[in-house]
Design a protein around this ligand. Structure first.
Ligand code: ZN
Length: 383
């Protein structure tokens, strides 16, 4: 299959361009005049980008917390009570209900141009429930075309029948080995913040993850500057996510590391929080990703990666190309999938042709940019 066009192949490419797909991979990219002959699909002047990568989502939950957001915006404090409310509603939902909810959420993501999505558990907080949620993600992933990467977030909050240190030990010693033995997740995540898991508990859980052969990612520096970013770097975490409270010393540590800084502007906006220091991180040489953090209580929209790119280019002070790159190659780095997220020979043929002509549309329309056609591993997805 030879895709051709006269528009933008973003973030950089020739014009007019041609892109040859073979066996699910990009086999060749060049100018149209030098293209090999193959079955040809002309995309005209459409903007074409890599498929978007949402490297931070929490799709397995039931219950509606819109009222809690309204209360918080009216001045109520943010506490962990919200997560535990979602845990109660999710534990009470049967498999079919949760599968339907997850499928609907992932379909929204796909139809907005996300071709790879990371999905966390974390509204179960017991071994049986967490495994149930990870299996539900797995079953939905099997019948959907987008690429799904599972993360075990048993350490999302401390359930009411445990003390924090006891629960951290339970996550490290009982839950992680069981998740790893089943192959139910590739990564372990910890909500490393005040009121949730302190640095000692986070390190205990992180080391258990690495010992079990799983990758590590952290919710870090969202509510307070705790040193979780430094801990993530020291443990070799794939990514530290949030970073709203990160300061200059944390920026410098991430700038000199391979741990990706994943920024989540949508929940920060809804919580009226400060924005993470995106410009400083980029200037320090950090690898930066943008993701949605779609979840039960602080940001609810799953089909929103075009908006997240727009927020990166406005609220976070990134250029549009930096924001688009963070939502594609940056997400791939955060998920340790180097074969995804870039338009180069040898990479996966995950592509989106947009109803737009230039990547500036992500800022101009602030999220209201829709895919026109989508391919994953060279196969076209029915929209
Ligand atoms: Zn999150």
């Amino acid at each position: 299959m030879l895709l051709t066009g006269t528009g933008r192949l973003a973030p950089e490419g020739p014009t007019p361009w041609a892109l040859l797909v073979r066996d699910g991979l990009i086999a060749w990219i060049g100018s149209l005049s030098e293209a090999p002959s193959d079955e040809r699909i002309d995309l005209g002047s459409a903007l074409v980008t890599p498929g978007l990568i949402d490297s931070h989502t929490h799709p397995v939950f039931d219950g509606d917390r819109s009222e809690g957001v309204a209360a918080r915006l009216a001045g109520a404090p943010y506490t962990d009570g919200g997560i535990l409310r979602s845990v109660r509603a999710t534990r009470a939902a049967d498999d079919a209900t949760l599968e339907r909810l997850v499928e609907t959420r992932l379909r929204s993501a796909l139809s907005a141009g996300t071709t790879t999505v990371e999905c966390k558990s974390g509204y179960g907080l017991s071994l049986a429930e967490e495994l149930r949620h990870l299996r539900i993600i797995g079953r939905v992933a099997e019948r959907m075309p987008l690429r799904v990467i599972r993360t075990f977030l048993g350490a999302h909050a401390v359930p009411s029948d445990f003390k924090a240190a006891e629960y951290a030990a339970h996550v490290a010693d009982e839950m992680i080995p069981a998740v790893a033995a089943e192959g139910a997740a590739e990564f372990v995540d910890v909500f490393a913040d005040v009121g949730f898991f302190d640095l000692a508990a986070t390190e205990r859980i992180g080391r258990a993850a690495l010992d079990a052969g799983l990758g590590l990612r952290l919710h870090a520096e969202q509510l307070a500057r705790t040193g979780a970013a430094e801990l993530g770097v020291r443990l070799g975490a794939a990514s530290v996510d949030h970073l709203e409270q990160l300061d200059a010393s944390g920026v410098a540590i991430l700038g000199g590391s391979t741990t990706v800084a994943t920024l989540l502007p949508a929940p920060a906006l809804i919580l009226r929080d400060r924005m993470p220091p995106a410009r400083a991180l980029l200037e320090a040489g950090a690898s930066v990703a943008l993701a949605s953090d779609a979840n039960a209580g602080t940001y609810g929209a799953f089909g929103s990666m075009p908006l997240v790119i727009g927020l990166g280019a406005t609220l976070l002070g990134m250029t549009v190309v930096e924001a688009l790159t963070a939502a594609t190659a940056g997400g791939a780095a955060a998920l340790q999938r180097p074969e995804l997220g870039s338009l180069r020979p040898g990479m996966a043929a995950d592509l989106v042709a947009w109803d737009a002509e230039h990547e500036g549309a992500f800022a101009l329309h602030l999220g209201a940019v829709r895919p026109h056609r989508i391919w994953i591993a060279g196969g076209e997805i029915a929209l």
